[in-house]
Design a protein around this ligand. Structure first.
Ligand code: SF4
Length: 183
């Protein structure tokens, strides 16, 4: 049985949830003395700034911050209390982008992308407008988090969805410490 933490940094009122504060920490921290190059400086060295895509092949979309977990390392501060999720209206605009720019792969991330109530609709519609391959960044625990997600493996199989998941460590103790007990 998974027992995870339940509050995002935002919910706890932590200033680390503010992007201004994150940028301030970075600029006053490891990048301050110039010892570590910034991304911009590094790609400028090879005359690749500003980076420009030659062609759109893989479209990655974040469909919301809602997640059943609250991992210590989460870079979007996702959690059950984060209600910011992509609306179906915005997804329709994404479908227009797919139609006009023709990527072959749609890479869905979050939060737990499967928690967006329009997740399955979006996959089905994207397949109709030409997406051949799907990637879902899944935390895997979502599949057992609620009965309504139990059939996700069948849905993934039916729609050629590749599930990409990661663990912070191969040992149970270290993974649970970072992502929640039982993960
Ligand atoms: S499972 Fe992923 S999205 Fe959810 S809290 Fe953990 S790192 Fe963030």
């Amino acid at each position: 049985m998974t027992k995870v933490k339940t509050q995002s940094l935002q919910k706890k009122g932590s200033d680390l949830a503010q992007s201004n504060r994150q940028l301030e920490i970075l600029s006053n921290g490891i990048f301050q003395n110039g010892e570590l190059p910034t991304f911009k400086a590094k790609i400028s060295e090879t005359n690749q700034f500003p980076l420009k895509a030659k062609k759109l092949e893989i479209l990655q979309i974040n469909v919301g911050y809602m997640c059943n977990q609250v991992c210590d390392h989460c870079h979007v501060d996702a959690g059950p209390d984060r209600k910011e999720i992509m609306t179906r209206e915005t997804m329709k605009q994404c479908l227009e982008v797919i139609k006009t720019s023709g990527p072959h792969t749609l890479d869905l991330t979050g939060g737990a992308p499967e928690m967006n109530p329009d997740f399955r609709w979006f996959v089905e519609e994207a397949a109709k407008v030409g997406i051949k391959d799907f990637i879902v960044r899944s935390n895997l625990t979502i599949i057992r988090a609620n009965k309504k997600f139990y059939d996700l493996p069948e849905f993934f199989k039916k729609h050629n969805v590749h599930v990409v998941s990661s663990m912070p460590h191969w040992t149970r103790g270290k993974t649970d410490k970072q992502r929640g007990e039982g993960v």
